[in-house]
Design a protein around this ligand. Structure first.
Ligand code: GLN
Length: 541
């Protein structure tokens, strides 16, 4: 039914395959095609939900509550289409499914093998995305050609080419051209070898996307075409984009990649409509001003750990034609030295989600500063919990208030484990996950941002504001501006006597898109811009 594009990577990892896959998705949508996207990851974890951000970057959460690879975030931000638990699969999940079927006796006594059992399981996941109303399924294979773990995926996609006919299956290989300074040239050999490796498996790419830091030049393209058996016009250059990753679809479109895909599929569609996209790129690339946002996180040295957050901040900036400078503030340094100097140089403070005790006192210190100094503040998940702890301690007179995640014996457990979490034994996939409805109060910053009372946002947490302390907190002025529809869970808090102090139990960053900035990020950046140009900026010098 649907046609398939398979995107593989060669030479090195971190080529930006996810962004390229997402960009191809955006281009095909711009040509009027309907599509679904899928990420296949060769690692053995069942899903990335329990993996350390140090190793895997952010865990992205879908509406239906899957904990997935961060590339799904790129897919949503670039294509504007929601992903789901069907949009991501790992080897671990594939093996898990096959072994469960084996235990159930589904294979009727057969010997279970990589081919056909594992490859069939992979193919059935890919084919499950095919539908009459889906023109193209875009599948990105994680890892690098040559990895032992990835072999079964490559074998499976080779088989789909055979079964569906090559005119219905397109292979796009991404590669890297290193620049050797001593020789003064880009080198094609690693690309040749990685394509040779693909050919060994039986896949000949239809297009080559070459990442490089320098222009490739016609001679180099001819050489790549000849040695990699790819038509010259399908050797695409993807130089590092200087200003914003959202330029990548435009770079690919200028070289006709969408046309190459459509011709391969024998499909004709009107030219690409990219006006809104170009406008968004221009407001990111040529901003009228810059705001500085301090982010107090545990993984400040790891941009991938807060991928969606950083992008959502940039979208919020684009809504005001402003660039957002991300200023990482180490929670532990704030904790150790208590130095607040850095905070006086930012226009807004963001405390993102997180787990465990490390760094929380630094976050609480920073939030106190924001509250007392009218600095726009946005708290997300653990950020909300820290804001409630800070308010309880310093405004509501509950000294040593804490979350039971951080201090199990705290005298004032203002944040505590949700009742449904008490029975949980396994850590994988057991948090409160995915989209849940929330009702907003009128006349709040929350309502002002969304412009309606019923919203839905994605969650990933085990702890919540302890209802026992709600009256004490409200009495002292903490505004519970968003609650679950049954009123039992605090989803948003804010302060009335502050320019913009909003904290949320959910993760709005997962739903912000390049063409549709999330309203909370838009308003947070708006408040930061107002502060930068207001009296505070003068006072602070
Ligand atoms: N650790 C907190 C909880 O589980 C916050 C989680 C988060 O920030 N994602 O509730």
């Amino acid at each position: 039914m649907s046609q398939y594009i398979f995107i593989t990577g060669g030479v090195v990892s971190s080529l930006g395959k996810g962004i390229t896959a997402a960009s191809i998705g955006r281009l095909l949508i711009a040509r009027g095609l309907s599509l679904r996207m899928l990420k296949m990851d060769p690692y053995l974890n069942v899903d990335p939900g329990t993996m350390s951000p140090y190793q895997h970057g952010e865990v992205y959460v879908t509406d239906d509550g899957a904990e997935t690879d961060l590339d799904l975030g790129h897919y949503e931000r670039f294509t504007g289409q929601p992903t789901s638990k069907h949009s991501s699969i790992s080897s671990g999940r594939i093996y898990w499914n096959v072994l469960q079927k084996e235990r159930r006796g589904d294979y009727l006594g057969n010997t279970i093998q990589m081919i056909p059992h594992i490859t069939d399981e992979i193919k059935s996941h890919i084919r499950a995305l095919s539908a009459p109303d889906v023109d193209v399924v875009v599948v990105e294979i994680g890892g690098t050609v040559g990895d032992i773990e990835g072999l079964t995926f490559l074998e499976a996609i080779r088989q789909i080419g055979l079964e569906d006919g090559r005119e219905n299956v397109m292979y796009i290989h991404m590669t890297y051209l290193p620049y050797i300074r001593a020789a003064g040239e880009l080198k094609t050999k690693p690309s040749q070898q990685s394509v040779a490796k693909l050919r060994e498996i039986g896949i000949i790419p239809d297009a080559l996307i070459c990442r490089s830091e320098r222009p490739i030049g016609e001679d180099m393209r001819k050489k790549l075409s000849l040695f990699c058996t790819v038509p010259l016009h399908a050797v695409i250059e993807e130089q590092d984009v200087a200003r914003t990753i959202y330029e990548v679809p435009l770079v690919l479109s200028r070289q006709g990649l969408d046309e190459i895909v459509l011709r391969h599929f024998h499909a004709a569609h009107p030219p690409a409509v990219l006006n809104a996209w170009e406008e968004m790129v221009s407001s990111l690339a040529r901003p009228e001003g810059t705001v500085r946002i301090g982010i107090v996180g545990k993984y400040s040295e790891l941009p991938d750990a807060y991928k969606s957050l950083h992008e959502a901040l940039r979208h919020g900036g684009a809504a005001h034609r402003h660039a957002v400078e991300l200023v990482p503030l180490s929670a532990e340094e704030l904790e150790d030295h208590g130095t607040l100097d850095a905070l006086s140089t930012v226009d807004g403070l963001l405390v993102p989600g997180g787990f465990g005790k490390r760094g929380t006192e630094g976050k609480i210190t920073a939030i106190r500063y924001a509250r007392e100094n009218q600095l726009p503040f946005f708290g997300i998940c653990l950020g909300l919990q820290c804001a409630v702890i800070e308010f309880a301690r310093h405004v509501a007179g509950m000294a040593d208030a804490n979350s039971t995640e951080i201090e199990p014996d705290t005298p004032f457990p203002v944040v505590a484990l949700m009742a449904e979490q008490e029975q949980v034994v396994n850590l994988g996939g057991s948090m409160r996950l995915g989209a849940w409805p929330c009702t907003l109060k009128a006349n709040t910053q929350a309502f002002q941002a969304y412009g309606r009372t019923e919203i839905s946002e994605r969650h990933r947490h085990r702890y919540e504001v302890n209802n026992r302390y709600r009256p004490m907190l409200e009495e002292k002025g903490l505004l519970l501006s968003g609650l679950s529809p049954d009123g039992q869970l605090v989803e948003m808090v804010e302060l009335a006597d502050h320019p913009w102090f909003v904290a949320v139990q959910f993760h709005p960053e997962f739903k912000s898109q390049a063409l549709a900035p999330h309203p909370l990020f838009r308003d947070f950046i708006g408040a930061a811009i107002a502060r930068r140009s207001g009296p505070h900026s003068l006072r602070m010098g």
